[in-house]
Design a protein around this ligand. Structure first.
Ligand code: SAM
Length: 346
């Protein structure tokens, strides 16, 4: 009897630590919360819980350090191209970052040069190739985020001071309206939008596969597969078959090239398709790393449509408000990457 109740207490305590870590990730306060907890002496912690908190605290510190190094290097590159840029880590980098994004202040008149400098080292934005749209940005916004599809998925926000003028705001509003009304115009953002490309940080992938108990007998479907990193890693590490749907032709080309580059065409297929209208292919595991609102909208539909036993593997730092609740959820922290993983079983 005694033994039983102590097991229950232990399980309950572990759950509490894991739940508090997930909540801290959701609130984007993990570094701060873990630091306070550890500084407090964390008296009642088991070794495993202490290790979880230490890795959380260390992950945020590592991301901070990596961003400072990257920010200094970028500021130097910009100055070398005559873009005035002073790097101040206290404003460029959050104190306890949970992912790799830094902000650099530039003058609006330097946006074109600054984005070329960033593009030369692998940063990218979907509008970069559209010279006219890019030239409009300083009039319609005060910042733009460029992403680099590296292992960490580093992002740089270029920010400028000029507030959008009234005329420019009107012009840009009219442009957006025209695009929506024209046949084939820009898609409306909706709760089913899978968002823009942000790759799952690569160090998290083995943990995510273990969390879903992925085996070589599985067929993995990545909806909005980005550069194909999830499917490539699963095929190489686990040996399972994979199918990726991606609706952005440029990104789909990246994914197809990654698959061909590893000689994985036999195992992995990448299709240029809209995940909202394509039939749901046969899969034993469906992977989703998309905005929380889309997850909340997709999961109930998939649970109805998928064959019984299909696992839905989802991860996201933001909270997911979804019915039914996941069958299991856990914080995953590997090196300088972190997320909250969720699994539903149809
Ligand atoms: C956040 S990324 C995730 C990439 C990849 N699954 C990963 O975890 O590394 C979401 C991807 O979905 C794609 N996407 C957005 N809407 C889509 C749609 N309706 N159909 C197919 N892909 C879509 C985007 O272009 C982007 O590459």
């Amino acid at each position: 009897m005694l033994a039983l109740s102590s097991v229950t207490d232990e399980e309950q305590r572990c759950e509490d630590v894991s739940a508090r870590v997930m909540r801290a990730i959701h609130e984007h306060r993990l570094g701060e919360v873990a630091g306070e907890w550890l500084a407090d002496g964390a008296p009642a912690l088991s070794d495993a819980d202490r290790r979880l908190l230490e890795s959380a605290h260390q992950a945020c510190a590592d991301i901070h350090e990596q961003l400072v190094v990257e920010g200094q290097a970028m500021a130097e590159r910009l100055r070398a191209s005559n873009v005035p840029c002073t790097f101040d880590s206290s404003t460029a980098v959050p104190r306890h970052p949970q992912y790799h994004e830094l902000t650099l202040d530039i003058g609006a008149e330097h946006l074109a040069t600054a984005s070329q400098v960033a593009a030369a080292v692998g940063y990218w934005h979907p509008l970069l190739d559209d010279t006219r749209a890019w030239a409009e940005l300083p009039h319609t916004r005060t910042s733009v985020v460029l992403k680099r599809p590296d292992d960490r998925m580093t992002r740089i926000a270029l920010r400028w001071r000029r507030a959008p003028g009234v005329v420019a705001r009107l012009r840009s509003g009219l442009n957006r309206l025209r695009q929506r009304l024209l046949p084939g115009g820009a898609p409306q953002p909706s709760e089913r939008s899978l968002g823009g490309f942000i790759g799952t940080p690569r160090p998290l992938l083995p943990e995510l596969f273990a969390f879903a108990n992925l085996t070589r007998d599985d067929v993995l479907l990545d909806l909005g597969c980005g550069d194909g990193r999830v499917l490539v890693e699963a095929a190489e590490r686990i040996g399972c078959r994979g199918l990726g749907l991606e609706n952005d032709p440029r990104i789909q080309t990246l994914a197809a090239a990654a698959v061909a580059g590893r000689g994985l065409e036999e195992l992995v297929e990448i299709e240029l398709a809209d995940a909202n209208s394509a039939p749901l292919p046969e899969a034993t595991v469906i992977f989703l790393f998309v905005p929380a609102a889309a997850i909340a909208s997709y999961v109930p539909t998939f649970l109805k449509r998928a064959r019984p036993g299909t696992r839905l593997l989802v991860h996201e730092q933001d909270p997911i408000v979804c019915t039914p609740a996941s069958d299991k959820s856990a914080p995953l922290i590997v090196g300088s990457a972190m997320t909250v993983a969720h699994l539903w079983i149809a």
